[in-house]
Write a protein that binds this ligand. Sequence first.
Ligand code: AAL
Length: 398
Amino acid sequence: MTLKNDVGLLGMLLLLSAGCAAETADQMNAFPFLIPEEKPERPLSAAVERGYNEYGGFRPEAQELYTQFKYTELKGFDYNGGDGTVSRRDPSKVIFANGKYYVWYTRRATGHRPVGMARAREATEVIPSADWDLADIYYAVSEDGFVWEEQGVAVPRPPKPQPGWRSVTTTDILEWEGKYYLYYQAFMEASGTRGDFCPVAVSWADSPDGPWTPYGKVVIPNGAEGEWDQFSIHDPYPLVHDGKIYLYYKSDFDKRSEFFPSKVRMQGLAIAEHPLGPFKKHPRNPVINSGHETTLFPFKEGVAALVIKDGMERNTIQYAEDWVNFKVVAHVEMMPVAAGPFVPDAFTDTQDGRGITWGLSHFTYAGGYNGNNHSVLVRFDCDLSRDIHDPEMKDHFV
Ligand code: AAL
């Protein structure tokens, strides 16, 4: 190798390394190792733009309604050894009254396991089709949210042919002008015989301990033929807003056989000036395009929703400043199923919702369509409260 050649090679190497250095420097200017608070001026990819424009940052917790969920087993409930004959599921919101926490839920104690939705025709007056078939609404109280004492039945199945004679399930609580109202799914056939078809009924009481008086009529009827909520009104979830009752609910639809099993489930809103109705369904229904059970809470001037399990926007937390037009504001995982949070300002008609830190949800043991499933209530904890981040409220959460 000649000297000339050596210099040429060295020169080339120097040029190459200078080129690399220049590229690295450019990259660093555009998007440095420490993420700049201000959006850089250079054109950015759509993904990085979203971090600045939609999420306000690049860590998941930059999304104000981001949280992780933690779960704790509850004490105080007996499940008959978990043999599938006793089930508790779909808890209501938790409320605080008379110095303790209250929760209502679907309780099935049938002595038989469910045969499963797909074999619903084998269900009888004593053999349930689904985990929530042949159930009643029970309630429990607790001083700390971990140890619960079941108090007994709140709303039993009424006699045939009243709404709910087959099963009363999936209840939620409203407190309104000193009275309490339990809304629930009122089944008049075993789930699965045609679908999970039912409307919503209500019972009321002067005290959370009852006695509960059934209103005896359907308060949220199924939609007219061809409408999205023609067959089922599920998971009624009342909050107070704007001096009225805002009741969110789920329906499942688009049951074209080629899509079996249909997972098209959405959530709608019905508004009333009195707990016994009439409820007027919102003209923009459905207002949430995904999700399974409803779980919402006032947040700032709007309402936040946990969108779980079903639909293209599942596993998100959504927010609607006007309580109607929801958008995705956080992506989360391991969401509580059928969550009933403790929402201190659920009924205060707040303009400044504070959020939630805990509640009850359910876990369902495997079995499903094979028919031996049952569910258990569990506690979830999360960080969806504005007060946790408020330095003045710090001591409150220690
Ligand atoms: C739930 C709810 C409703 C359905 C069934 C029992 O988790 O969505 O209540 O009907 O499953």
